[in-house]
Design a protein around this ligand. Structure first.
Ligand SMILES: *[C@@H]1O[C@H](CO)[C@@H](O)[C@H](O)[C@H]1NC(C)=O
Ligand SMILES: CC(=O)N[C@H]1CO[C@H](CO)[C@@H](O)[C@@H]1O
Length: 718
């Protein structure tokens, strides 16, 4: 039996050990209801802004607009391949200046949720993995594999230590209150079983061992071990239940819209539905909501994932250019104000749920201290309903929730939009006067080629240093013939040339990156040069086995219908050349652009493999700018040497397109723009990339287009 004094001793000891432990977790922890900051439960509203998808010059304004919208937290992934482009060589500059980004958020008085991953998916090239990682001997991605775990730990530790050194965690006085390890791993673990489970455990322990002093989350991970909080991603999360009674209900990805893929229509999600899903999550006891995305931004350079468009607008409350999208921005701002009025009641009581009708409910949070908040929900997707609550009648529009922060007066309904409705406008400012330069179709004798027998996997050769890889082979026939050339490729696009003459193009899609080119081609008597230009459109960003990822012409390649029957060229001698000649000459850079003779007078039109250049002055004012590329085919473009990204207006929206009918449930394919239009017509040019005059714009066009149709446009909110 324990004596009284001993008991006091024990209690004191425990107190001491607690106060010794708690500094490790600083002032941020959680209980079954919410994240606690300084022991205070909080309802936290968060929004994703990915720092490399805008420019440092845009950051302060984006963060300020998020704050004005009523957000408490900015959430971002950390982009490994941007930070460690080659092993041990780090980049934390410019758009990758993570510390600067976090400090700006801190200055604005907001918190940060740092999702380190380091697998991030995010429609980002290779899901955030550096391509060199694929070539680490013995590597297998995202499983219980030594080489992978070592590299993952190194990078995660590097980021955590950098944040500590800069005093950016909350216990150090910084803004970071949450972190994340792995990303949507649950479904993968389910697929691969025991090794996946071991990896999950290891990842959680590794992360916690870094002593970041803030809680870690794993999203879409039903078996998140120990103290790691499992969280929900989805269009709706109201029925999500954490895997422990001591963990709060957190929604890490509430999709404000969806991303655009090349070949698809532009998705959108009505403000009413986003607001409904958030209000429903909160009324059901949720305490942390994140908008994915709050600002989507732009996939500059080659940062887009496979077949993902350059625009990552996401139909977010702030559009790609950083302008408020209405009515979404203001409708959500009003929602946030209403939710914050309910916060005292929400954090101190559990909901009492009562039926108000067949498809209607009241969720009432009423605390001992007298605060009371009510959510009146109508789940009927078609009909408005009058309900009586506490003796008062309320009218609830279909698929909506009314918020009563004092349990009496309705201050907000998710379907009644008082915010202005307007469409952003694109206004042409000027056209350009172009010069052109036609790139060349290399032959096997060029000194920049090398050869081998059989077909090489593309990424192994390019290491993603260029989108382009040439596959070149010679075919000798006795008399002229017109056989069918069939080329099977793992993707993503293929342009075929015979004796320097363009024959045609084939391409895959997000759903099916593989392609087959099959077409009659003219061969002349004697030697013929077959040149295949295989182009990548981003690397895959979803999945587990990135070590097995492949692309390019893997075969078979055949010529059918020759006098001598069918020739299989798959194992022939092939020559290779990485990149276009223009890339090697640096035609897109300020210094390299003058290394060739440009055609001034008769600018080539509808010519494949053509470079175009022009100079222009920055337009007056501060409206965001874009380039209208609707007259062009496919390629890349640069301003003053900075890559704007890949253009591909020739890839028109097909498949599911048309109107929006979301009520009831929303899916990624519910609300889509019109078919037959380019998936992306306008390409963002950040103002900060421009000088007052003499800006160099370079376009590389693969397929042939009419540069006279290109224009500079400005974007205004209405
Ligand atoms: C990658 O290329 C190297 C030669 O550069 C070759 O030895 C290796 O077999 C290739 N690997 C694959 C998977 O193609
Ligand atoms: C399962 C799934 O599709 N998850 C996606 C959720 O949306 C984000 C952003 O579009 C992606 O990164 C995830 O892969």
């Amino acid at each position: 039996m324990l004596g009284f004094n001993n008991m006091i001793m024990l209690i004191m000891l425990c107190y001491i050990c607690f106060s010794m432990i708690s500094p490790v977790y600083g002032n941020v922890w959680y209980d079954n209801k919410a994240i606690t900051i300084n022991k205070q439960r909080r309802i936290l509203l968060s929004g994703s802004i990915h720092y490399p998808r805008s420019t440092p010059e845009m950051w302060p304004d984006l963060v300020q607009k998020a704050k004005e919208n009523g957000l408490d937290v900015i959430q971002t992934y950390v982009f490994w391949n941007g930070h460690e482009p080659s092993p041990g060589k780090f980049n934390f500059e410019g758009r990758y200046d993570l510390v600067k980004f976090i400090k700006l958020i801190q200055q604005a008085g907001l918190y940060v949720h740092l999702r380190i991953g380091p697998f991030v998916c995010a429609e980002w090239n290779f899901g955030g993995f550096p391509v060199w990682l694929k070539y680490v001997p013995g590597i297998e991605f995202r499983t219980d594999n030594g080489p992978f775990k070592e590299k993952m730990q190194d990078f995660t530790a590097k980021i955590v230590n950098m944040m500590k050194a800069e005093k950016l965690f909350h216990w150090q006085g910084g803004p970071i209150i949450l972190s994340q390890i792995e990303n949507e791993y649950g479904p993968v673990e389910w697929e691969i079983g025991a090794t996946g489970k071991a990896y999950t455990k290891w990842a959680a322990q590794m992360a916690e061992g870094l002593n970041a002093g803030v809680p870690w989350i794993m999203c879409k991970q039903d078996d998140a071990p120990g103290d790691v909080i499992n969280t929900c991603n989805g269009f709706y999360c109201e029925n999500f239940v954490p895997n422990s009674k001591s963990k709060p209900k957190i929604w890490t990805e509430n999709w404000t819209g969806w991303y655009t893929k090349f070949g698809g229509a532009v998705p959108y999600r009505p403000a009413e539905d986003v607001a409904f899903s958030v209000a429903r999550f909160i009324q059901n006891g949720g305490s942390f909501v994140n908008y994915y995305m709050f600002h989507g931004g732009t996939n500059f350079g080659n940062t887009a994932g496979r077949f993902v468009a350059t625009s990552y607008d996401y139909d977010a409350p702030l559009d790609e250019y950083g302008l408020p999208r209405e009515p979404k921005y203001t409708h959500l701002k009003n929602l946030h104000r209403a939710i914050k009025m309910c916060e005292p009641a929400l954090v101190s009581a559990d909901a009492k749920v009562t039926k108000l009708g067949k498809n209607q409910e009241a969720h009432v949070y009423s605390s001992n201290s007298g605060s009371c908040a009510a959510f009146l929900a109508n789940y009927d997707a078609q009909w408005s309903v009058k309900v009586t609550f506490s003796g008062t009648q309320y009218e609830l529009p279909p698929w909506s929730i009314s918020i009563l922060p004092d349990c009496k007066k309705e201050v907000y309904n998710t379907a009644r939009v008082s915010a202005p409705r307007y469409h952003a406008k694109m206004t042409p400012i000027s056209g350009f006067s172009w010069q052109s330069y036609i790139d060349e179709t290399p032959t096997a004798d060029d000194d920049s080629t090398f050869s081998g027998s059989g077909l090489y996997e593309q990424l192994n050769v390019t290491r993603d240093n260029s989108d382009y890889l040439w596959y070149i082979t010679d075919v000798t026939v006795k008399t002229s013939e017109e056989p069918i050339l069939t080329v099977m490729s793992a993707g993503h696009t293929l342009h075929v040339f015979v004796n320097g003459q363009f024959q045609g193009t084939a391409y895959g899609s997000l759903e099916k990156p593989q392609l087959t080119f099959s077409q009659k081609v003219p061969l002349r008597a004697g030697l013929n040069k077959i040149s295949l230009l295989s182009a990548a459109v981003g690397l895959a960003n979803v999945g587990a086995h990135f070590e097995r990822y492949n692309q390019g012409v893997l075969g078979p390649v055949t010529l059918q219908g020759l006098r001598e029957g069918t020739w299989d060229l798959t194992r022939s001698k092939w020559s290779y050349k990485v990149g276009m000649k223009g890339e090697q000459l640096g035609l897109h850079t300020i210094s390299g652009s003058s290394s060739v003779e440009w055609e001034q007078s008769a600018v080539a039109q509808k010519q494949p493999l053509t470079w175009y250049k022009t100079t222009f002055n920055a337009p007056a004012g501060s409206d965001p700018l874009a380039i209208d590329m609707s007259s062009m085919g496919k390629g890349q473009m640069w301003i003053n040497g900075e890559s704007i990204g890949r253009h591909w207006p020739a890839n028109k929206a097909s498949g599911k397109c048309g109107q929006c009918n979301y009520a009831g449930t929303f899916t990624e394919t519910k609300c889509l723009g019109e078919c037959g239009k380019p998936s992306q017509r306008w390409y963002h040019v950040p103002r900060s990339w421009l000088k007052p005059s003499g800006n160099l714009l370079v376009v590389f066009e693969e397929m042939g287009g009419d540069p006279r149709g290109i224009s500079l446009v400005k974007r205004t909110a209405k």
